[in-house]
Write a protein that binds this ligand. Structure first.
Ligand SMILES: *Cc1c(COP(=O)(O)O)cnc(C)c1O
Length: 420
């Protein structure tokens, strides 16, 4: 059972609300830091680096806290690379894992000295033609397709647009070797939000086995494997968080069996988790505006799916707490809805909640990853502020809320006056 506590009381939120109106996202520094230290500890046996998948929570204040813990940045776009650059995260502290990549994004990654993780064998020539000589360290993203190992757990990688086939890996490493590249990495990432810890051990086994086979076949020496991200979080209270210690020790066993036994050490282990780093440590805080009873019972809040679209987009469960009513019985079956002109603008459907009235404050859990970052402006809704609860209990704003001015910033109202 996952603990669905909120580290704020209703009174604390009401006080914060005097300065920062709802809706807002609020993150818990202590939770984030303790969790990232757990991940690192699980791999203390290895030369291990975690690259935070910036897209999960692209806030430079949070990235700065993570940087202080030795965490790098996993970037997929020029905006994410620019955030890393702003923070002084450069060189091999950036993993550039992109796909369908335009030349200017490769150029930016090259300029920052990022580790470039190619998504396709054809990108090698594209890179040479549009960016320059291949980097001295290259990494390829492997798509195991219907490979026997791992298929059961990974699902259907052959449906995924990402990565090289096994034959293309050989072709690509050969091509790079011929061009004098000497340093190599291998990456894979096929699943997302996975709660079964054995999946990650299986992924490591696939990569270790591939490292063994490729280095035997063409004499490439590997510096690292990157297991990707995809560690899930228990959105539902009945789910269980991934046991990181079991992930770490399971991978260690495979490392010993495949890498050590065959003299392929040292081999660094890298990961690029996003969701599990910030997800459980962020809440979307919203106020109840209206209670509406028609064919269903609606709790209308001042946030919309523009602040958190996972429930509407994936039908994802996000736990909801009515602050101050944690111990009251759940007596009403309600839909928790926002104000977009879209009937899927709902945070919960047929959810049992305590009796809820206008003015109540609701916390929507696990909004710390793929929450604010997936925001959008449909109906001209503005993205909310992001706040951070520091370890000393103080609350700071780490991104202001958008205003109408931001929404209209790309329109020229003077040109409109002239326009007939
Ligand atoms: C999204 C993504 C991640 C992070 O995934 P999480 O599920 O947030 O851990 C890592 N690497 C790549 C290439 C991604 O696209």
């Amino acid at each position: 059972m996952a603990d669905k506590k909120v580290p704020f009381t209703r009174d604390e939120i009401l006080k914060i609300k005097e300065t920062y109106p709802t809706p807002f996202h609020i993150y818990d520094e202590q939770g984030i830091i303790e969790n990232i230290r757990r991940l690192k500890a699980a791999f203390s046996w290895a030369d291990f680096t975690e690259y935070f998948a910036v897209k999960a929570c692209p806030n430079p204040f949070i990235m700065k806290l993570l940087k202080a813990e030795g965490i790098g940045a996993d970037c997929s776009s020029i905006a994410e690379l620019t955030l890393a650059e702003e923070l002084g995260i450069t060189g091999d502290q950036i993993m550039f894992t992109s796909n369908d990549t335009p030349d200017y994004e490769y150029q930016k990654a090259q300029e920052l000295g990022a580790i470039i993780n190619f998504d396709d064998v054809s990108h090698l020539k594209y890179y040479e033609e549009n960016v320059g000589a291949l980097p001295e360290l290259v990494c390829f993203r492997y798509n195991p397709g219907s490979a026997k190992e791992g298929n059961l757990i990974i699902g259907h990688p052959e449906e995924a647009k990402y990565g090289f086939t096994q034959e293309q890996l050989i072709e690509g490493y050969r091509y790079c070797k011929e061009r004098g590249v000497k340093r190599f990495g291998l990456h894979t990432m096929v699943a997302s939000n996975e709660l079964d810890y054995t999946y990650f051990i299986e992924t490591a086994e696939i990569l270790f086995t591939e490292v063994l086979s490729i280095s035997k076949k063409i004499g490439v020496e590997f510096e690292f494997v990157n297991l990707g991200g995809g560690i899930g979080i228990p959105y539902h209270p009945e789910q269980e968080a991934v046991n990181l210690e079991k992930v770490g020790s399971g991978i260690k066993e495979k490392y010993e069996q495949i890498i050590l036994k065959n003299g392929l050490n040292p081999l660094q282990i890298k990961m690029e988790c996003g969701r599990m780093v910030t997800g459980p440590y962020g809440w979307l805080i919203t106020e109840v505006l209206h209670i509406k009873k028609t064919y269903k019972h609606y709790v209308g809040v001042d946030a919309t799916m523009a602040n958190l679209m996972r429930p509407a987009m994936y039908g994802a469960y996000h736990h909801i707490t009515v602050l101050g009513k944690e111990n009251e019985p759940a007596v009403d079956t309600v839909d928790v809805a926002g104000s977009l002109c879209e009937n899927n603008d709902k945070f919960a459907i047929d959810r049992l909640l305590p009796e809820t009235v206008p003015g109540d404050i609701i916390a929507i859990h696990d909004a710390g990853a793929h929450g604010h970052s997936m925001g959008f402006n449909y109906n001209g809704k503005t993205r909310s502020a992001e706040l951070l609860k520091r370890t000393d209990g103080s609350v700071v704003m780490i991104r202001r809320a958008e205003t109408l001015k931001d929404i209209f910033a790309t329109l020229d109202f003077d040109a409109l006056k002239e326009f007939e």
